[in-house]
Design a binder for this molecule. Structure first.
Ligand code: MN
Length: 227
């Protein structure tokens, strides 16, 4: 028996230096994981429990373009390190967490900030602000076998050559093993899951024609044009 419609395309990420690709299952994104960004969004950076939202696998765009979305006039960049899982499970211990990581990448959590703000005010879900077409521009993954597990290094985003966001992976409130541990207590993690690990301060709007160059030291660089 076949499908009654053509099956949807499997979302994938390229792997640096190979022809093989990484199939994406789910995308978990942590909110307010750098203290200075929590403050700029009007929140207390104290270590309250982490919270996550999701983007859809098919929101990932590796084309190098970001297509400006509809029904917004305030689209923000959020530069983030991406964590890609090669295995998963429930109740993963802190000590075991990094053994589930395939590799790391650089991505953008593009956000319709105006719509997200309206939803926050009304106590409604964030998807309309976060999980829209092309909202997750990403570069290739780099295997942990090659670069290890980065826990420090400069995180930066420039727009048209001007520095907008800067931070360091060592400023994360919730570290990668802690995010994996926490998520695995609420969900069953699995191979193919991505975690977007949060953004440092300096989020701001983009307009068509802008070129966003994001780097995570020790992981890579992406260049994305707003079209
Ligand atoms: Mn984010």
């Amino acid at each position: 028996m076949g499908y009654v419609i053509d099956p949807p395309r499997q979302a994938t990420l390229p792997i640096e230096g190979t022809e093989a690709t990484f199939p994406i299952r789910r995308i978990y994104c942590i909110g307010r994981n750098y203290a200075d960004h929590a403050i700029e969004m009007g929140h207390d950076p104290d270590r309250e429990p982490p919270f996550f939202f999701q983007k859809n696998p098919d929101n990932v765009d590796v084309s190098g373009d970001f297509i400006y979305p509809p029904h917004t006039s305030d689209v923000h960049h959020e530069i983030e390190m991406i964590v890609a899982l090669k295995s998963g499970g429930r109740n993963i211990s802190l000590d075991d967490a990094l053994s589930h990581v395939y590799g790391y990448g650089v991505g953008l959590d593009m956000t319709r900030r105006d719509l997200q703000g309206q939803m926050k005010k009304m106590g409604r879900p964030w998807e309309i602000g976060k999980a829209f077409e092309h909202s997750a521009p990403m570069g290739p993954l780099v295997p942990a076998e090659k670069i290890g597990h980065p826990d420090a290094g400069r995180v930066e985003l420039k727009v048209n050559g001007d520095t907008r966001q800067t931070g360091d992976l060592n400023q994360m409130i919730w570290k990668v093993p802690e995010m994996i541990n926490y998520l695995s207590e609420y969900y069953e993690l699995a191979a193919g899951d991505l975690i977007m690990s949060g953004t440092p301060a300096g989020v701001a709007a983009v307009t068509k024609g802008d070129v966003m160059v994001g780097t995570v030291e020790g992981v890579g660089e992406i260049s994305i044009t707003v079209v």
